[in-house]
Design a binder for this molecule. Structure first.
Ligand code: HEC
Length: 236
């Protein structure tokens, strides 16, 4: 009798564990994949300059240029296109062949059909090249441990690259999210001085958490922004 009860309890626990893991797995897959790990297992290898990484390089560009409200987000999915997760993005990619990939073809167009559409600024040449490289390298759902160093906290060396890759798509003169521009030094400085820049990336109470609908910035990048502000938000 005792043995039977124990057996039933063990069976029940196994079932609960199974359900827990199944759900958890699904939840992780659905998380937006920008930021450092993006729902993937934590990265184990350091970033190689020869490789383009989905979580580190590609998802932040797509999050800040394509998935803003009214575009390819979970709610609007304009033209039926939702670009919030790896599994959704990969539907517009032919791994190994950027030239035949819809995702790449629309970003290099020069007419009004390009993405992001006018009056939004086009992706920069560097961003286009990174997406091309990632697709040609097999469009893997890969990530790596970044080279972020809190000892570097200049505008050009730390703050501007974060803004350009993770914020400017939603914060430029033709798409002023929250009426905030982060596309130039003087505009970023304004948000630094009024406390909103740090409050939003550190996701402090009273501020809209940024990047909107994305994964929080890695601690090291938040610290770089904080140190740049504390040192006087210089154009250095
Ligand atoms: C997908 C679009 C999107 C991205 C990406 C994004 N923002 Fe925003 N941001 C918005 C919108 C829209 C608002 C207006 C408030 C809101 O809707 O939450 C906003 C508001 C803000 C505010 C004002 C916050 C406040 O409480 O007044 C700051 C500062 C800000 N963003 C900074 C950033 C920074 C820094 C990044 C990059 C790390 C970033 N945003 C990325 C869309 C975005």
């Amino acid at each position: 009798m005792k043995l039977k009860t124990n057996y039933a309890i063990a069976l029940g626990l196994t079932a609960i564990l199974f359900i827990f893991y199944a759900c958890r797995h699904e939840l992780l897959n659905d998380l937006p994949a920008n930021g450092n790990t993006g729902g993937n297992p934590p990265p184990t290898s350091t970033c190689s300059p020869d490789t383009a990484y989905f979580a580190n390089d590609i998802m932040p560009i797509i999050s800040s240029n394509c998935t803003m409200s009214g575009c390819h987000d979970n709610i609007t999915h304009a033209d039926g296109v939702n670009l919030t997760t790896y599994n959704n993005i990969i539907r517009y990619v032919r791994p190994g062949n950027a030239a035949e990939s819809k995702l790449y073809k629309v970003i290099i167009k020069t007419n009004n059909d390009r993405m992001p559409p006018p009056p939004m600024p086009p992706l920069t040449a560097a961003q286009k090249a990174l997406i091309q490289k990632w697709i040609n390298q097999g469009a893997k759902n890969n990530n790596c441990i970044g080279q972020c160093d809190t000892a570097i906290f200049t505008y050009s060396g730390a703050v501007k690259p974060i803004m350009d890759n993770k914020c400017v798509g939603c914060h430029n003169p033709s798409n002023l999210g929250g009426n905030i521009d982060l596309s130039t030094y003087s505009a970023v400085r304004t948000s630094a001085l009024n406390g909103k820049l740090y409050g939003s990336v550190a996701q402090q109470p009273g501020y809209s958490p940024m990047p909107k609908n994305g994964v929080k910035l890695p601690d090291c990048e938040i610290r770089q922004i904080q140190k740049w502000i504390a040192a006087g938000s210089l154009n250095n």
